[in-house]
Design a protein around this ligand. Structure first.
Ligand SMILES: [Zn+2]
Length: 233
């Protein structure tokens, strides 16, 4: 195995490790908190608050109706009680009772409206509550699947790490050190495949001397332009 192919093999393993670790991080994020459940919880609290407000409004409207009925009762008590004899005063009381009754009708309409709103708010709260339960169920199901996937990924990771460990034996120590350094700066691709006489990453047409050196298994050639290791399979 040439120096370049040993490094390429190491790079393949490292890229697989990167992919597994990336997926594991994504899984952990989902397991830590589901945005779906949080959204449903927020919706439920909002609807609960709205329900409380409509119930309070309904109680307020009910009190107004009750108060109005008492006023009518008092006015009619004076009107028919016999204590008032003066026709003018009786007429005024009659008018007042009529006006109070007209306003009572308005207050009763408002009460009915407030009760309907509270009923509607209760239905909306109940549906939000059901949606939350459903979301929690779906998330629980998703979590079971993610935990299974995580176990598989962790097994993959230890297999890859063992493979990596084994592959290091066939790579020169100084090559490993340089490879590690380049990986810090260049990202996951530091070994470039040579394609049609060009660097597979930056596309530079390689000088004849480099092409020749690449064929020598004991040499490690770097692209004159992007500085990656070159591998010609
Ligand atoms: Zn290059």
């Amino acid at each position: 195995m040439s120096r370049a192919s040993s490094l390429l093999r190491l790079q393949d393993i490292d890229q697989s490790i990167d992919r597994v670790q990336e997926r594991l991080t994504a899984i952990e994020l989902v397991l830590q908190g589901s945005s779906l459940v949080l959204e449903r919880q927020a919706e439920l609290s909002e609807r609960e608050a709205h329900l409380r407000a409509t119930e309070a409004a309904s109680r307020g409207a009910e009190d107004m109706v009750e108060l109005q009925r008492q006023k009518i009762e008092q006015t009619e008590g004076s009107l028919y009680g016999g204590s008032v004899q003066n026709p003018k005063e009786l007429q005024d009381l009659q008018r007042e009772a009529e006006a109070l009754k007209r306003h009572l009708a308005t207050l009763e309409d408002r009460l009915l409206e407030a009760m309907l709103e509270a009923e509607e708010a209760e239905l909306r709260r109940a549906s939000a509550s059901e949606a939350l339960v459903r979301a929690e169920g779906a998330v629980a199901e998703e979590h079971i699947q993610l935990k299974q996937e995580r176990s598989l990924m962790l097994a993959d990771l230890s297999r890859l790490q063992a493979e990596r460990e084994a592959s290091l034996g066939s790579v020169d120590q100084s090559d490993i050190a340089l490879y590690g350094e380049l990986r810090q700066g260049m990202g996951s691709v530091v070994v470039a495949r040579v394609q049609d006489g060009s660097c597979g990453v930056c596309g530079l047409i390689l000088p004849a001397s480099a092409s020749q050196a690449i064929r020598n298994a004991n040499e490690l050639v770097r692209c004159p332009q992007c500085r990656r290791f070159l591998y010609a399979g």
